[in-house]
Design a protein around this ligand. Structure first.
Ligand SMILES: [Zn+2]
Length: 213
Protein backbone atom coordinates (compact mmCIF):
# COMPACT_ATOMS: atom_id res chain seq x y z
CA UNK A 1 0.00 0.00 0.00
CA UNK A 2 1.61 3.25 -1.09
CA UNK A 3 -0.68 5.80 0.51
CA UNK A 4 -0.81 6.23 4.26
CA UNK A 5 -3.99 4.64 5.51
CA UNK A 6 -6.01 5.52 8.54
CA UNK A 7 -7.31 2.37 10.10
CA UNK A 8 -9.87 4.18 12.20
CA UNK A 9 -13.41 3.34 13.25
CA UNK A 10 -14.82 4.49 9.94
CA UNK A 11 -12.40 2.22 8.10
CA UNK A 12 -13.46 -0.72 10.26
CA UNK A 13 -17.13 0.11 9.76
CA UNK A 14 -16.61 0.15 5.99
CA UNK A 15 -14.88 -3.23 6.11
CA UNK A 16 -17.79 -4.70 8.09
CA UNK A 17 -20.26 -3.14 5.70
CA UNK A 18 -18.51 -4.81 2.78
CA UNK A 19 -18.69 -8.15 4.60
CA UNK A 20 -22.46 -7.68 4.80
CA UNK A 21 -22.84 -6.90 1.10
CA UNK A 22 -20.78 -9.98 0.20
CA UNK A 23 -23.69 -12.07 1.40
CA UNK A 24 -25.43 -11.59 -1.92
CA UNK A 25 -22.61 -13.03 -4.04
CA UNK A 26 -21.44 -15.56 -1.45
CA UNK A 27 -24.51 -17.06 0.17
CA UNK A 28 -22.46 -20.17 0.94
CA UNK A 29 -20.13 -18.31 3.31
CA UNK A 30 -20.97 -17.69 6.95
CA UNK A 31 -20.49 -14.31 8.66
CA UNK A 32 -16.90 -14.87 9.82
CA UNK A 33 -15.90 -16.24 6.41
CA UNK A 34 -17.33 -13.13 4.80
CA UNK A 35 -15.33 -10.98 7.23
CA UNK A 36 -12.18 -12.85 6.13
CA UNK A 37 -13.00 -12.17 2.50
CA UNK A 38 -13.78 -8.53 3.19
CA UNK A 39 -10.45 -8.17 5.02
CA UNK A 40 -8.69 -9.50 1.92
CA UNK A 41 -10.59 -7.32 -0.53
CA UNK A 42 -10.86 -4.15 1.52
CA UNK A 43 -7.77 -4.15 3.72
CA UNK A 44 -5.41 -6.23 1.59
CA UNK A 45 -4.60 -8.55 4.48
CA UNK A 46 -5.14 -12.29 4.60
CA UNK A 47 -7.22 -12.48 7.75
CA UNK A 48 -9.80 -10.41 9.57
CA UNK A 49 -7.80 -10.56 12.78
CA UNK A 50 -4.91 -8.87 10.95
CA UNK A 51 -7.25 -6.06 9.92
CA UNK A 52 -8.38 -5.78 13.56
CA UNK A 53 -4.74 -5.63 14.66
CA UNK A 54 -4.05 -2.78 12.20
CA UNK A 55 -7.10 -0.96 13.54
CA UNK A 56 -6.16 -1.43 17.17
CA UNK A 57 -2.58 -0.40 16.56
CA UNK A 58 -3.72 2.74 14.75
CA UNK A 59 -6.20 3.77 17.45
CA UNK A 60 -3.70 2.98 20.23
CA UNK A 61 -1.10 5.21 18.56
CA UNK A 62 -3.46 8.18 19.00
CA UNK A 63 -4.12 7.65 22.70
CA UNK A 64 -1.98 9.59 25.13
CA UNK A 65 -1.86 8.55 28.75
CA UNK A 66 -2.57 11.45 31.11
CA UNK A 67 -2.89 9.65 34.40
CA UNK A 68 -3.17 6.12 35.74
CA UNK A 69 -6.15 5.40 33.51
CA UNK A 70 -7.00 8.85 32.15
CA UNK A 71 -6.33 9.03 28.43
CA UNK A 72 -6.54 11.78 25.82
CA UNK A 73 -7.22 10.94 22.20
CA UNK A 74 -5.05 13.13 20.00
CA UNK A 75 -7.47 12.77 17.11
CA UNK A 76 -10.87 13.54 18.64
CA UNK A 77 -9.52 15.36 21.71
CA UNK A 78 -11.52 13.41 24.28
CA UNK A 79 -10.31 12.82 27.81
CA UNK A 80 -11.68 9.56 29.13
CA UNK A 81 -10.96 6.67 31.45
CA UNK A 82 -9.61 3.72 29.52
CA UNK A 83 -10.67 1.28 32.24
CA UNK A 84 -14.36 2.21 32.07
CA UNK A 85 -16.44 0.33 29.53
CA UNK A 86 -18.88 3.23 29.11
CA UNK A 87 -15.98 5.65 28.51
CA UNK A 88 -14.51 3.37 25.84
CA UNK A 89 -17.86 3.25 24.13
CA UNK A 90 -18.21 7.03 24.45
CA UNK A 91 -14.78 7.48 22.86
CA UNK A 92 -15.52 5.09 20.03
CA UNK A 93 -18.75 6.95 19.20
CA UNK A 94 -17.12 10.37 19.34
CA UNK A 95 -14.09 9.28 17.34
CA UNK A 96 -16.30 7.80 14.62
CA UNK A 97 -18.39 11.00 14.49
CA UNK A 98 -15.21 13.01 14.01
CA UNK A 99 -13.98 10.72 11.26
CA UNK A 100 -17.30 10.98 9.43
CA UNK A 101 -17.39 14.77 9.78
CA UNK A 102 -13.78 15.15 8.69
CA UNK A 103 -14.33 12.94 5.68
CA UNK A 104 -17.35 14.97 4.55
CA UNK A 105 -16.03 18.43 5.41
CA UNK A 106 -12.37 17.88 4.59
CA UNK A 107 -11.74 19.69 7.85
CA UNK A 108 -11.45 18.93 11.52
CA UNK A 109 -11.71 21.48 14.32
CA UNK A 110 -8.56 22.14 16.31
CA UNK A 111 -8.27 20.58 19.75
CA UNK A 112 -9.20 22.66 22.77
CA UNK A 113 -5.65 23.24 23.97
CA UNK A 114 -4.48 24.53 20.57
CA UNK A 115 -7.61 26.66 20.28
CA UNK A 116 -6.93 28.30 23.63
CA UNK A 117 -3.32 28.96 22.57
CA UNK A 118 -4.58 30.47 19.29
CA UNK A 119 -6.96 32.75 21.17
CA UNK A 120 -4.15 33.97 23.40
CA UNK A 121 -1.93 34.68 20.39
CA UNK A 122 -4.85 36.48 18.71
CA UNK A 123 -5.61 38.74 21.69
CA UNK A 124 -1.95 39.63 22.19
CA UNK A 125 -1.42 40.16 18.48
CA UNK A 126 -4.38 42.51 18.15
CA UNK A 127 -3.14 44.50 21.13
CA UNK A 128 0.47 44.70 19.98
CA UNK A 129 -0.36 45.52 16.35
CA UNK A 130 -2.42 48.62 17.04
CA UNK A 131 -0.53 50.53 14.36
CA UNK A 132 -0.90 47.81 11.77
CA UNK A 133 -4.57 47.24 10.84
CA UNK A 134 -3.71 44.54 8.31
CA UNK A 135 -1.98 42.48 10.97
CA UNK A 136 -4.83 43.12 13.37
CA UNK A 137 -7.25 41.60 10.88
CA UNK A 138 -5.06 38.49 10.67
CA UNK A 139 -5.18 38.08 14.45
CA UNK A 140 -8.89 38.82 14.55
CA UNK A 141 -9.46 36.03 12.03
CA UNK A 142 -7.41 33.71 14.22
CA UNK A 143 -9.82 34.46 17.07
CA UNK A 144 -12.85 33.84 14.86
CA UNK A 145 -11.29 30.58 13.65
CA UNK A 146 -10.87 29.40 17.25
CA UNK A 147 -14.53 30.22 17.97
CA UNK A 148 -15.59 28.53 14.75
CA UNK A 149 -13.70 25.37 15.68
CA UNK A 150 -15.30 25.29 19.12
CA UNK A 151 -18.76 25.76 17.64
CA UNK A 152 -18.13 23.07 15.02
CA UNK A 153 -16.85 20.69 17.69
CA UNK A 154 -20.11 21.16 19.60
CA UNK A 155 -21.99 20.53 16.36
CA UNK A 156 -20.15 17.27 15.75
CA UNK A 157 -20.85 16.18 19.32
CA UNK A 158 -24.48 17.21 18.97
CA UNK A 159 -24.93 15.57 15.55
CA UNK A 160 -25.87 18.76 13.73
CA UNK A 161 -22.55 19.46 11.98
CA UNK A 162 -24.16 18.91 8.58
CA UNK A 163 -26.10 22.13 9.00
CA UNK A 164 -23.33 24.09 10.75
CA UNK A 165 -22.31 27.14 8.67
CA UNK A 166 -18.91 27.13 6.96
CA UNK A 167 -16.23 29.49 8.25
CA UNK A 168 -17.12 32.37 5.89
CA UNK A 169 -20.77 32.39 6.98
CA UNK A 170 -19.81 31.92 10.63
CA UNK A 171 -17.50 34.96 10.38
CA UNK A 172 -20.43 36.98 8.98
CA UNK A 173 -22.64 35.86 11.89
CA UNK A 174 -20.18 36.73 14.66
CA UNK A 175 -20.59 40.15 16.25
CA UNK A 176 -17.57 41.24 18.27
CA UNK A 177 -17.55 44.34 20.43
CA UNK A 178 -14.55 46.69 20.41
CA UNK A 179 -13.08 45.11 23.54
CA UNK A 180 -12.52 41.89 21.58
CA UNK A 181 -11.81 43.08 18.03
CA UNK A 182 -10.85 46.68 17.19
CA UNK A 183 -13.62 48.37 15.16
CA UNK A 184 -11.34 49.00 12.16
CA UNK A 185 -10.42 45.33 11.92
CA UNK A 186 -14.08 44.37 12.44
CA UNK A 187 -15.03 46.62 9.52
CA UNK A 188 -12.51 44.89 7.22
CA UNK A 189 -13.97 41.53 8.26
CA UNK A 190 -17.50 42.79 7.61
CA UNK A 191 -16.45 44.03 4.18
CA UNK A 192 -14.94 40.65 3.38
CA UNK A 193 -17.56 38.28 4.77
CA UNK A 194 -20.67 40.41 5.05
CA UNK A 195 -22.96 40.52 8.03
CA UNK A 196 -25.61 37.96 8.92
CA UNK A 197 -27.61 39.14 11.89
CA UNK A 198 -29.58 36.83 14.10
CA UNK A 199 -28.16 33.30 14.22
CA UNK A 200 -25.46 34.10 16.82
CA UNK A 201 -26.46 36.85 19.30
CA UNK A 202 -23.74 39.25 20.44
CA UNK A 203 -21.70 37.86 23.30
CA UNK A 204 -22.21 34.29 22.17
CA UNK A 205 -19.95 32.31 19.87
CA UNK A 206 -21.80 29.06 19.22
CA UNK A 207 -24.02 28.40 16.26
CA UNK A 208 -27.07 26.26 17.08
CA UNK A 209 -29.74 24.89 14.79
CA UNK A 210 -32.87 26.97 15.06
CA UNK A 211 -34.92 24.39 16.95
CA UNK A 212 -32.20 23.91 19.59
CA UNK A 213 -31.29 27.52 20.25
ZN1 LIG B 1 -10.54 9.54 19.48
Amino acid sequence: MSEKKHYGYLWLAELKKLAKTLKKDHPDLNHSQRLELAAQQFAGVRHYHEAMALHKQYIDSLQERKGSSLVNCKYCDLNYYADLAEDLKWHEERHLKYEKAEKALGYKPEAREEREASKQVAYEGMYLQKENPKKQVEYALKLIRAHFDRSLEAAIDGDYWKSHPPFEAFAAMMDYGPSLIPPEAMQVIRNRYGCIEGPIPRGLSYWFPRNQA
